[in-house]
Ligand binder design. Structure first.
Ligand SMILES: Nc1ncnc2c1ncn2[C@@H]1O[C@H](COP(=O)(O)OP(=O)(O)O)[C@@H](O)[C@H]1O
Ligand SMILES: [Mg+2]
Length: 298
C-alpha cells in the first residue's frame, strides 16, 4: 500500500511543485515506484515532466468528474518507476463543477484507492489555495508535507493551513498527520534566510526536515526542459538536496498531529488560531459542508 503524501501550502511560489516533481523523481531513483498527481490547473508538475497541460487527455480533471478511469489517465513519464496523473487546464472549471457534486471531497481519494497497491509513494502537488481541489488533495493523503519558503513571511498563513488540515482530520479523515515542513529556496548568503532557518528549527524542531533545499538557478531552469533536477543537473546542489530529502522521507514517519503544530504557530506568531477560509464565503458553510460530507458516508 502506498504512502500518500500531499504537498500543501496555500501560498503560491513557495516550492510545492518543485518539491513534488523532484522528490517524486528522487524516490523513483531510490527504487520506489511513484505516482505524481498534479491537481493544479496551471499544470506545472505536468509540464515540468514534459507534458502539455493544454492538450493532455484524459487528465485528473476527467477522473475527478468521473469521465475517465484513473487507469486511462495515468501515464509513464519516461522515467523508470515514475508515473504521472497529469492536469489539464480544464481543471480550472472543476472547482465550480465539484461544489455541488456528491462526496466532492473524496473524489481523488476514491480514485487513488484503485491504484495505491501498485505504488510505494503517491505524491500530490496541490494548488495555491484552500478550495475544493486542495481539500481533495488533503483528504486523499495520509501525510502532509509543507514547503516553507525561507523568507520573511514564512509563517504567515501557516496557521490557516494547519487549521484546515486539523478540521479535515477531525471531520473527514482521522488518519491524517503531518510528515513535516521543508525549507525551500534557502540562500545561505542572505541573513533573512538564515533567520528563518534558525526560527524554524528553534520553534518546530520535530516538524522541520533536516534537509534544506537551496536556491539554485538550475532548479528553476529544469522544468523548461521537461526534466526533474536529477536528470537535468544530476551532480548539482539541487539534485543532491532533493535526493537527501527523499532519503529522509523514507525513514521518517508522519506522526505529528496538526493541532500541536497549530498551537506552536499561534504562540510563535502571537495570533489567535484562525478560522478556516476555504474560499467559500462563510466559514460556517465550510464546516457544514465538511460535516455533511461525513454524514453522507456513514
Ligand atoms: N530551490 C529553488 N531554487 C530556485 N528557484 C526555485 C526553487 N524552488 C522553486 N523555484 C522557482 O520558484 C518558482 C515557484 O516555485 P514552485 O515550485 O512553482 O512553487 P509553487 O508550486 O508553490 O507555486 C518557480 O519558478 C520555481 O522554478
Ligand atoms: Mg505549483
Amino acid at each position: 500500500m502506498a504512502r500518500v503524501i500531499s504537498v500543501v501550502n496555500q501560498k503560491g511560489g513557495v516550492g510545492k511543485t518543485t518539491t513534488s516533481v523532484n522528490v517524486a523523481a528522487a524516490l523513483s531513483l531510490l527504487d520506489q515506484t511513484v505516482l505524481l498527481v498534479d491537481i493544479d490547473s496551471q499544470g506545472n508538475a505536468t509540464s515540468g515532466l514534459g507534458f502539455d497541460p493544454m492538450t493532455v487527455h484524459p487528465s485528473v480533471y476527467d477522473v475527478l468528474t468521473e469521465n475517465a478511469s484513473i487507469d486511462q489517465a495515468i501515464i509513464n513519464t519516461g522515467i523508470e518507476r515514475l508515473d504521472i496523473l497529469p492536469a489539464n487546464v480544464d481543471l480550472a472549471g472543476a472547482s465550480v463543477e465539484l461544489v455541488s457534486a456528491d462526496q466532492r471531497e473524496y473524489r481523488l481519494r476514491h480514485a487513488l484507492g484503485l491504484v495505491e497497491d501498485r505504488y510505494d509513494f503517491i505524491i500530490i502537488d496541490c494548488p495555491p489555495s484552500l478550495g475544493v481541489l486542495t481539500i481533495n488533495g488533503i483528504v486523499a493523503g495520509n501525510e502532509i508535507l509543507i514547503p516553507v519558503q525561507a523568507e520573511y513571511y514564512a509563517l504567515e498563513g501557516l496557521g490557516q493551513l494547519l487549521r484546515t488540515i486539523e478540521l479535515t482530520k477531525e471531520y473527514l479523515h482521522p488518519d491524517l498527520n503531518i510528515l513535516g515542513a521543508v525549507l525551500t529556496m534557502y540562500d545561505r548568503r542572505n541573513k533573512l534566510s538564515q533567520a528563518v532557518f534558525e526560527d524554524m528549527y528553534k520553534h518546530f524542531p520535530n516538524t522541520v526536515f533536516r534537509t534544506i533545499i537551496p536556491r539554485t538557478v538550475r532548479l528553476a531552469e529544469a522544468p523548461s526542459y521537461g526534466k526533474p533536477i536529477a536528470l537535468y543537473d544530476p551532480t548539482g546542489n539541487g539534485a543532491k538536496a532533493y535526493m537527501k530529502l527523499a532519503r529522509e522521507m523514507l525513514i521518517r514517519e508522519a506522526h505529528i498531529n496538526p493541532r500541536e503544530v497549530l498551537q506552536q504557530v499561534a504562540e510563535e506568531t502571537n495570533t489567535e488560531i484562525p478560522k478556516p477560509d476555504l474560499n467559500y464565503d462563510d466559514p460556517e458553510e465550510v464546516r457544514d459542508a465538511i460535516l455533511e460530507s461525513v454524514q453522507s458516508t456513514e
